[in-house]
Every structure is written in C-alpha cells, then in structure tokens.
Design a protein around this ligand. Structure first.
Ligand SMILES: *[C@@H]1O[C@H](CO)[C@@H](O)[C@H](O)[C@H]1NC(C)=O
Length: 345
C-alpha cells in the first residue's frame, strides 16, 4: 500500500523506541537500517530485518533457486531496486544503490564507478540476484575493471544476515590475478584469501569464473579449470566444535567499488592506492552472462534471460563483516527511497 507523507508524519510521531521488538507498523512494515517502508529496498529478503519489522510475515520470503542463464540481452534483466515490483522472473538482477550505476549495453551488464567529489572516492554499483541460492553452481562471464590501482570488481554469493559469503574478487593492483575467499558467519579472517593467476589481464578479455558450492566442498574454477577446493571437513574448528563453512542461502552479487580511496589501510594496500580519479573518470566492469545451476536441479534450460537469477555482492575488507563482504563498497543503505521512510527514534 502507498504511504502518504501525512501518514508518514503521523507514524513518525508514533515511532517506538523499544529495541529488539517490532519497530515498524503495518503501514510501513519492513525494517532496514533504521527505517521502515513498504518496497523492495526495505522488504527484500536479506535486506529486511525480520526482528524489527512489523510482524513475522512482513519481510518478503527468500525466492529460492531457479536454474537459468542470464544473458543480459534485455534491459529488464536488471532493475533499480526501488522500481522492483517483486517478481524475480521478470528481473533477474536488482541494482542496489542510488544513483543507479548499472545498465545493459551490447548484451552485457555494465557496472560503472564514477567519482564522488564530496567523498573523494568512487561511487560504484552492486547488482544482486532476485533469486536466492543454497548450494549449486554459478558461473559469471566477466571482464573486470582492473584498469587502475584501487578498483575492485567482485562476484560473490552472500547472506547478509548470517555473514556467510563465497567470493571471487579482482583488484586493480594485480590485473592478472583473481582472488578467492569465503567467510563464515561474518568472521573476518583474511588468511583464507588465496590469489590465482588468470593467465592474462582480467580486464582485457572475458573469462568464466565459477563457484561450485555443495554441502561438502566449494570449488572455484576459472575457464572451467579448478583453481581452489575448500573441503568442509577441513574447516572444522575444534575450539568451537563447528565447521566454519558457508551453508546459508544467499544471493549472487556483482559489484564494482573503490578500495583504493576507501580510507581503510588494509583495503587500500590490498587493492592498490590511491585510485586515480578525475572528474570524468569512469571505471567499468562487464558481465556477459551469469549461469545458475541449482543444487539438485536441472541444468539451465535455455539462454533466455527473462527468468531469474541470483546475485549478490561484496568486497572484503578488514572491518567489514562477512555479511557485506566487504565493506568498501558503497553502503547498501537506501539513499532515495521512493516512499517517505519512517526513521526510528
Ligand atoms: C502480519 O501483518 C499482516 C498485515 O497487517 C496481517 O495480515 C497478518 O495477519 C500478520 N501476521 C501475523 C503472523 O501476525
């Protein structure tokens, strides 16, 4: 339902200060990062905080996995999250940030990063899949933005609530490398990042990067060749008695972000710095296709891209929790919500 500004003012006056209980009302039921509202930017599973939303059914449910190939032949393959009506079969990916630095061009998804003078750093883009995935094989055909120090391109599967994450990342400092990583419950352990050689400049040509995720192991592949295998059995932590292994449902996320001007030393040294910027510099990362093969499902039936998919994104950083993967990317906070959000007191 639509909320009017008059109504918003009224709800604002009634905002509850109780923490840990429902803080949103039925007119703006979905809670995200301090605000209540009605649309996808607030209600989408993974972004919406159920514990502070109006009731247990307010946040949208996870969409589940659908095997498919997204070719980015249609402009509807990605839509700004503020315009997303909630049908994952209509839009495979959602652009999370505003302004929207994504577009479909020449049958590729283009993610752009431009200069934000006020912040003295790049403002990038993140595309998240409208479907979720819990185990399966996801391949992205990527031409990275590793054109300059500090520019980070990423392709990950992420659950922002649990902090589970499986990553491919490319940094401008090492254009011939791809780095793999994973996080369990957001524990920041950077010793698990491993670089691999792509064989050539990752920004010069497309390559296929695959995350093959099962209950027993994760295999990362480049052009169908395994470059790393993580066995769940090897993640056992005797001190806690748990396997520090990503298991929870997530979204595919594709991103470009500025690590070099992030202001975080570890991230800057990792990505290269400073990122070269002038007022009209634009860095671009390209995604030709994203292929999703759900665990236990059939192989993708066609190259039709009007179906759905699942993306997610993140970077990795020293202080980011595994949940947003990175931390360097622009924050996911909605900047220009369509409706007038109700700030919590
Ligand atoms: C949650 O709120 C909706 C909308 O007001 C209502 O229809 C539904 O019955 C509520 N569900 C629960 C479990 O309280």
């Amino acid at each position: 339902m639509k909320i009017t500004s008059v109504l918003a003012a009224a709800t604002l006056a009634m905002a509850s200060t109780t923490f840990g209980q429902s803080t949103c009302n039925e007119w703006a039921p979905c809670y995200r990062e301090g605000y209540c509202n009605t649309d996808a930017a607030f209600c989408l599973w993974g972004l919406c905080d159920e514990s502070k939303s109006y009731n247990s059914t307010s946040c949208w449910k996870p969409e589940g996995c659908v095997s498919k190939v997204v070719n980015f032949d249609s402009s509807s393959d990605i839509v700004p999250i503020g315009s997303y009506a909630g049908n994952p079969d209509t839009n495979a990916f959602l652009s999370i940030f505003e302004p929207d630095n994504t577009q479909v061009s020449n049958s590729n998804l283009e993610l752009r990063m431009t200069y934000d003078a006020s912040a003295n750093k790049g403002f990038g883009a993140t595309a998240k899949s409208s479907h979720t995935i819990q185990y399966g094989r996801v391949t992205a055909r990527v031409k990275t933005a590793s054109l300059a120090k500090g520019v980070v391109t990423s392709f990950i599967i992420i659950n922002e609530q649990t902090g589970d994450e499986i990553d491919f990342e490319w940094v401008g400092l090492n254009p011939d490398q791809v780095q793999t990583n994973y996080y369990y419950k957001g524990v920041l352990d950077y010793t698990k990042m491993l670089p691999a050689n792509v064989g050539s400049d990752s920004s010069a040509a497309y390559h296929d990067y695959t995350i093959d995720w099962s209950e027993d192991k994760i295999v990362w592949l480049v052009d169908n060749k395994p470059i790393r295998t993580l066995n769940r059995a090897d993640t056992y932590d005797a001190s806690t008695g748990v396997y520090a292994y990503p298991t929870t449902e997530g979204r595919i996320a594709l991103s470009i972000w500025d690590g070099g001007n992030s202001g975080q030393q570890g991230t800057q040294e990792w990505s290269g710095y400073p990122t070269p910027w002038s007022a009209d510099t634009v860095y671009k990362a390209y995604f030709d296709t994203v292929t999703v093969e759900c665990a236990g499902g059939s192989t993708p039936s066609s190259s039709d891209d009007s179906g759905s998919e699942e993306p997610s994104q993140t970077g990795k950083d020293e202080e980011s929790s595994g949940s947003d993967g990175g931390s360097h990317e622009p924050t996911g906070a909605p900047e220009n919500p369509k409706c007038i959000p109700r700030p919590l007191v």
